[in-house]
Write a protein that binds this ligand. Structure first.
Ligand code: ADP
Length: 195
């Protein structure tokens, strides 16, 4: 099953996607983590991506698409994947559909994590203290939220228009409870959830 974890920066996408992917027995494919890994390794892609990521902007679609396409072609993703941070623009969503159609697959569900803005900022500033991520500044966050509204939010309209199942999940509260809410919705959609 291919599922997409969708939500604003700081919504807990990464945390939830990692837990949910384990329970589904499919890889967690996190675009942001993969890009940070490229930056850490100093690859060409990493060098190009770093200043863009630090400012809270989006890395060009073609670079991200190539990276995700290569990942989905790896053996462990044959059974499916839980995508996190991808697609982040409508062109990325269109390309993903094309990639999946080529494999006889499709996006089975979009999980939309909903968290109010003031809570997002609180979480990002807390994460900045703990993880020291270079884009977790008030300024970087403000830009990421703006980019999210402008470029990423329309991705939900794209899926809605294509009849893809979208599940809105309340992303505030106990981490375990949120995971269970997501798993319940996936189960409802026919996914097999491991204990
Ligand atoms: P968050 O959701 O907290 O903003 P991510 O780890 O998902 O964090 O992404 C961090 C940064 O990586 C983004 O702000 C962006 O610069 C870059 N990035 C991640 N995914 C994509 C994508 N699909 N397309 C373009 N840029 C991306």
């Amino acid at each position: 099953m291919i599922a997409v974890m969708f939500g604003p920066p700081g919504s807990g996408k990464g945390t939830q996607a990692s837990r949910v992917a384990t329970r589904l027995g499919i890889p967690h494919v996190a675009a942001g983590d993969m890009l940070r890994n490229e930056v850490a390794r100093g690859t060409d892609l990493g060098r190009e991506a770093k200043p863009i990521m630090d400012s809270g902007g989006l890395v060009p679609d073609d670079l991200v698409v190539r990276m995700i396409d290569a990942r989905l072609n790896q053996q462990d993703a044959v059974k499916g994947a839980l995508l996190d941070g991808f697609p982040r623009t409508v062109p990325q969503a269109v390309t993903l559909d094309r990639m999946l159609t080529g494999r006889g697959d499709y996006v089975a569900e979009v999980i939309s994590l909903e968290v109010p803005d003031d809570e997002l900022l609180k979480r990002i500033l807390k994460r900045a203290d703990i993880e020291g991520r270079s884009d977790d500044t008030s300024e970087g966050f403000a830009n990421r939220l703006l980019v999210y509204r402008q470029d990423t939010w329309p991705v939900l309209d794209y899926y809605r228009a294509h009849g893809t199942r979208i599940e809105s999940i309340d992303g505030v509260g106990d981490i375990d409870a949120i995971t269970e809410r997501i798993l319940a919705s996936l189960r409802h959609n026919g996914a097999v959830v491991h204990s």
